[in-house]
Design a binder for this molecule. Structure first.
Ligand SMILES: C[S@@+](CC[C@H](N)C(=O)[O-])C[C@H]1O[C@@H](n2cnc3c(N)ncnc32)[C@H](O)[C@@H]1O
Length: 280
């Protein structure tokens, strides 16, 4: 079984967006480029307001944790939208260093801490909301991480969690994988991190792992049923929805409308809006 140290080592050496960007990690052009690509490829063109924690009654403070903060996209988006009392945590020093630069570059504030999401140092019932996007499928003990998110949430608190979705394209890939050859021949693929030949891969689990880099030790994908059965042990699932169609990997341009449609109906990530039961 992959160890947490292998995960830490990979992400220390390959923070998100490094290897693909032409700009130095932590520079303003790096952050601007990342935000632009994220908005297009992760949300089909615009930030989805369902990612925001539900508003609390007037005057009631809200504490939010962005778990597995990577290079600080989410915590910055939250801070820019007026949320204060923000924490961001990651397994790696590099992620925290880049997040600190991102916050500083835009005059934003958050408490940063090194944490293993499988076993956090926060006391029980610390946060009103936990945001955890694209993280739990990269850690060896995903179930323990979901339980930890529930533990650090206050009763009645909320969370937004996402994982790679085993969408119809991935499920059908064994039958249509020949399509990968013309796509690769025409120049399709992802730049950097050893992912140029991703379209030539026939094993679906390998495609999922390879998406974050050839040396990535873990990348798991889930059907909606598998995702729900993992979450329902700890949460009331209020909504699930899809996003994430990395059109930049294609050798041709998609129209904005088609990209939005694919993002919504054939997205490669599934997001869940969750509530921790009040009586626990
Ligand atoms: C794909 S990136 C996602 C970053 C960010 N959430 C985003 O959506 O932009 C995955 C991040 O999860 C972090 N990570 C993986 N396993 C973790 C764990 N057990 N505890 C905390 N962070 C973890 C990695 O260090 C990396 O920064």
């Amino acid at each position: 079984m992959t160890k947490i140290d292998d995960v830490r080592s990979f992400w220390e050496n390959n923070p998100l967006w490094t290897g693909e960007s032409v700009h130095p990690a932590g520079s303003i052009p790096f952050f601007e480029e990342h935000r632009e690509v994220y908005m297009a490829d992760c949300f089909g063109g615009g930030f989805d307001l369902r990612f925001l924690p539900p508003p609390r009654p007037m005057g009631q403070a809200m504490s939010v944790l962005d778990l597995g903060c990577g290079i600080g996209f989410w915590v910055s988006e939250f801070a820019m939208r007026g949320l204060s009392n923000l924490d961001a945590a990651d397994l790696t020093e590099q992620a925290l260093a880049i997040t600190a630069k991102r916050l500083e570059a835009y005059g934003l504030k958050a408490n940063l801490s090194l944490q293993n999401a499988e076993k956090m140092t926060f006391p029980d019932h610390t946060f009103d909301h936990v945001n955890c996007q694209g993280v739990i499928h990269h850690t060896p003990d995903t179930n323990a991480t979901v339980a930890e998110i529930a533990r650090v949430l206050k009763p009645g608190g909320t969370a937004s969690i996402s994982v790679y979705y085993r969408n119809p394209i991935l499920r059908l890939w064994p039958y249509v994988r020949w399509l990968g050859w013309p796509l690769a021949k025409l120049g399709g693929g992802l730049k950097g991190r050893g992912r140029e030949k991703i379209f030539l891969e026939s094993n679906v689990d390998e495609i999922v792992r390879l998406y974050d880099g050839i040396e990535n030790p873990i990348g798991k994908s889930y059907t909606r049923e598998q995702f729900l059965s993992m979450l329902e042990k700890h949460f009331i699932v209020q909504e699930t929805y899809l996003h994430f169609f990395p059109a930049r990997a294609l050798p041709f341009q998609l129209s904005a409308g088609l990209h939005r449609w694919l993002d919504k109906h054939l997205g490669f990530m599934i997001y869940a809006t969750l509530k921790k039961p009040c009586a626990v």
